[in-house]
Design a protein around this ligand. Structure first.
Ligand SMILES: O=P(O)(O)O[C@H]1O[C@H](CO)[C@@H](O)[C@H]1O
Ligand SMILES: O=c1cc[nH]c(=O)[nH]1
Length: 253
């Protein structure tokens, strides 16, 4: 691929990345500048559709920060195009809703696997194939959270395409399926619910890219149902610092 050929969706070319091997991927375009600003030499390099892109450095390691938008389709396209530009390591920094009573608002979830209750990953691999994280990225994220003294859990998240199917399943004509499966995911130990990681892990697996993810738990509808606290938090700083530290660990700096 030509150094200056801009890719159709993310609007970036190889030259824009200045050799960055690592990318931090939030869903929300509004989180990109905040992530980049926690590193050095942060500058915006692109903005196209849901893909807002900044470049920065941490301890001399160049890092691309790019939003994926919400859901599997735009995440899969972003991963495909970053792979075309030569990015080898992807870390999603997202938010999730807690599913187990011990996963409280403000806690981190390091994601070692994702339930594929979404559509995008099914266009890559049959449903029997698991969506799993890269082991080295996962270990780096766990170590980073520990070093930073942040409360974290490691495990599986559920990925779906309908945010309101998670929060108001009874309203949906397929409530019988949403409600029964939600109970099964909880009984299986799923820690949180979000929308991108199954696609991220499945596409990364197919392309041979190393991917991991860390989530901030913003609330927990199961704690609410159980009559426990109804806390809510949207401060992603701890999750972001964890991802940045994980990049340093992986790069050995
Ligand atoms: O905060 P982000 O990274 O967007 O992640 C979560 O938030 C969105 C839903 O509110 C979905 O994208 C979900 O996966
Ligand atoms: O409850 C939540 C919170 C964040 N993202 C989701 O998809 N669900």
């Amino acid at each position: 691929m030509h150094q200056h050929e801009k890719l159709y969706h993310i609007g970036l070319c190889k030259a824009d990345l200045e050799g960055a091997d690592y990318a931090i991927l939030p869903g929300d375009p509004g989180r990109v500048e905040k992530i980049a600003a926690l590193m050095e030499n942060a500058r915006q390099i692109g903005s196209n559709r849901e893909y807002t892109s900044w470049l920065a450095e941490t301890r001399g390691v160049r890092v691309l920060v790019m939003s994926t938008g919400m859901g599997g389709p735009s995440t899969a396209i972003g991963v495909e195009e970053l792979h075309m530009l030569g990015v080898s390591h992807l870390i999603r920094v997202g938010t999730c809703g807690g599913m187990q009573l011990q996963v409280q608002a403000g806690d981190l979830v390091v994601v070692n696997g994702a339930i594929r209750q979404e559509g995008t990953s099914k266009e890559y691999l049959p449903i029997e194939f698991p969506a799993i994280a890269d082991i080295d990225v996962t270990i780096a994220l766990r170590q980073a959270a520990k070093e930073l003294g942040l409360p974290s859990h490691t495990g599986v998240v559920q990925c779906k395409d309908s945010f309101y199917g998670q929060h108001d399943p009874a309203r949906m004509p397929v409530s019988y399926e949403l409600e029964n499966k939600w109970q099964a995911w909880i009984r299986g130990g799923a820690l949180g619910s979000e929308m991108e990681t199954a696609a991220l892990y499945t596409v990364s697996q197919v392309l041979g890219v190393q991917a991991g993810a860390v989530m901030l738990c913003v609330w927990n509808q199961e704690r609410e149902k159980a009559g426990l606290d109804q806390k809510e938090t949207h401060d992603t700083t701890g999750a972001i610092r964890t991802a940045i530290r994980a990049v340093e660990i992986l790069a050995g700096v």
